[in-house]
Design a protein around this ligand. Structure first.
Ligand code: FAD
Ligand code: SIN
Length: 539
């Protein structure tokens, strides 16, 4: 049962949903999503969305905060678009019924409460308490489900993009995309979704690391698929580690939002001393790269397993009111944040690099677009400013949908027979799942131990050698084995890990989220440019 549509959207987070909702005004949309439609990074977002709404704030200030945090690698044009188109997108969310937290004392036009986070010079974070992502996702899904032009297929995973390269088309000027092969996880059938426009909105890759704030879906699938299809991948060395996730064996790196520090929480060491003043004038609210590196250093110096967040000085009812989710979750683990110190450690959180796109979400493969965390628009540079990610997804998915819709009529239909049926003859059902599970852990441990907050040549090359071995082993296994989602994820994780390591090896300086002891200084003369990786003929 192959599918045909105008737009194939892969992913049902904020980027995929916004793209789909807009594109549905212009054509038929098929949206596939790996698990349940709500299961995505978006759903777990806490702090909020950065946006200039307050009359005391201005675009220039948000632009400057973003550029400073991005350490010379942001594209100013992309940042300007992000900031200037932001308010319009927020207005739309409000019209769709997103219920952001209000405050009677605010002077902005919508009366929204504006929080503060690291690297921002003023309060500009709109939020729905500390459950912003859930509120946004719920409303976007409602819009998408109500549209007659959008078909949502849950538990459907994209395996690979269908492109000229893959079809072996001769004499083409530019590689084109025609959709994707998809596996239905429940029936285990594989089919093609043929589309004039394909939009990758598959999110990030936190699961490449042993400790991450990301849910299980974040396995770098879009990055790996685009790379295999020949798209340029940029700046993968810039993995953002969130400074504060709950340190508790059962908490699974639960995020303690930066908004808590914006609300007044202070970072302390095990002896109760404030330590951030040694590292940055903004102290606990410095940009994330600086806070995460400082915590890593403090932990190494003291030999302790965590540092602490202290919000005990805030009135308890106010803390509970603003952070009901964090309060309840910590309580489950026996920590009352209004009375106790909160033990925290950094964990992998966000992928600043991704599939290189222009300001309309176009990749260098024709008819293939990317938006959200999977893309690299140039907005984040070497480090993302807090709460700019949801905003980027909103602004750039809309631009990609409008631009691709304007191209729709000029794209020829290709006859369905041109797309070969998926061939899995000669593959067998695998019974050795322990091997897969072991490979997952091995990759995650290598990345955590050797490609973390502080890097060095010795560690990176060691990681590369091991990742290369694992990649060959997994590719061999993949060719012999019937497809399952777990196997696809393993294949994508190892590719994404390789791209991170290779990019980190290429950049011979320290900048933003990439800190290496071999080249501890920022070197603007040679390295103020993107790190690009493109698949070569043999690998
Ligand atoms: P996602 O929301 O992750 O959606 C990806 C989608 O793609 C999912 O539906 C997934 O199932 C699907 N998918 C993946 N692979 C495949 C495949 N092969 N086939 C089919 N479907 C696939 N950012 C902020 O700006 N503010 C915040 O307050 C904030 N808080 C955060 C808190 C947490 C705990 C986390 C993890 C992130 C936070 N971020 C925040 C970052 C932000 O949430 C994400 O960057 C953003 O939600 C990404 O949106 P997306 O649509 O690109 O991807
Ligand atoms: C947080 O709430 O601390 C996360 C914000 C973000 O990732 O931008």
């Amino acid at each position: 049962m192959n599918e045909c549509c105008d737009f194939l959207v892969i992913g049902s987070g904020i980027a995929g949903l916004c793209f789909a909702i807009r594109a549905s005004h212009f054509g038929k949309v098929v949206m596939i999503t790996k698990k349940q439609d709500t299961e995505c990074n978006t759903n777990y977002a806490q702090g909020g969305i950065a946006c200039v709404l307050d009359p005391q704030d201005c675009f220039e200030s948000h632009i400057q905060d973003t550029l400073i945090t991005g350490k010379g690698l942001c594209k100013e044009e992309s940042v300007r678009i992000l900031v200037e188109e932001g308010p319009q997108r927020i207005k739309e969310l409000l019209q769709w019924g997103v219920n952001f937290s209000k405050s009677e004392t605010e002077s902005n036009p919508f009366g929204l409460h504006l929080g503060k986070e690291g690297g921002h010079s003023v309060n500009r974070i709109i939020h729905a308490h500390d459950l912003t992502g859930r509120e946004v996702e719920k409303n976007l899904l409602k819009q998408a489900r109500e549209s007659k032009s959008i078909k949502i297929l849950e538990h459907h995973s994209a395996i690979d993009l269908i492109t000229d390269h893959q079809l072996g088309t001769k004499h083409i000027e530019r590689n084109r995309c025609y959709g994707a092969y998809v596996v239905d996880e429940l029936s285990r059938t594989i089919f093609s979704v043929q589309a004039k426009i394909t939009c990758l909105a598959t999110g990030g890759s936190g699961k490449v690391y042993l400790h991450t704030t990301n849910p299980d879906i974040a396995t770098g699938d879009g990055i790996a698929m685009a790379y295999r299809a020949g798209a340029q991948i940029a700046n993968m060395e810039f993995i953002q580690f969130h400074p504060t996730t709950l340190f508790h064996e059962k908490a699974n790196s639960f995020l303690i939002s930066e908004a808590l520090r914006g609300f007044g929480a202070i970072l302390r060491d095990a002896s109760g001393n404030e330590f951030m003043e040694k590292y940055h004038p903004m102290k606990s609210l410095a940009p994330r790269d600086i806070v995460a590196q400082a915590i890593d250093k403090e932990m190494k110096l003291s030999g302790e397993s965590c540092v602490f967040l202290d919000i005990r000085h805030s009135p308890a009812d106010l803390t509970r009111k603003h952070f009901p989710n964090i309060y309840a979750k910590c309580k489950e683990y026996g920590i009352d944040i209004t009375k106790d110190l909160i033990p925290v450690v950094p964990a992998a959180h966000y992928m600043c690099g991704g599939i290189k796109v222009d300001t309309y979400g176009q990749t260098d493969i024709q008819n293939l677009y990317a938006c959200g965390e999977v893309s690299c628009t140039g907005v984040h540079g070497a480090n993302r400013l807090a709460s700019n990610s949801l905003l980027e997804a909103l602004v750039y998915s809309r631009r990609a949908a409008d631009f691709s819709a304007s191209r729709l009529r000029s794209i020829d239909n290709i006859s369905p027979e041109t797309i070969p049926v998926w061939d899995d003859s000669g593959t067998i059902d695998n019974e050795e799942w322990i091997l897969l599970a072991h490979n997952f852990k091995e990759i995650q441990s290598i990345m955590w131990d050797y490609v973390g907050i502080v890097r060095s040549n010795i560690r990176l090359y060691r990681a590369l050698r091991r990742i290369n071995l694992l990649e060959n082993e997994i590719e061999d296994f993949y060719k012999r084995t019937k497809i399952t989602v777990r196997l696809l994820e393993l294949r994508n994780i190892v590719t994404t890990a390789k791209l991170i390591v290779k990019s980190a090896i290429k950049r011979k300086e320290s900048r933003g989220l990439h800190y290496t002891t071999d080249y501890p200084e920022q070197n603007d003369r040679y390295w103020r440019h993107d790190t690009i990786i493109l698949k070569t003929a043999h690998r």
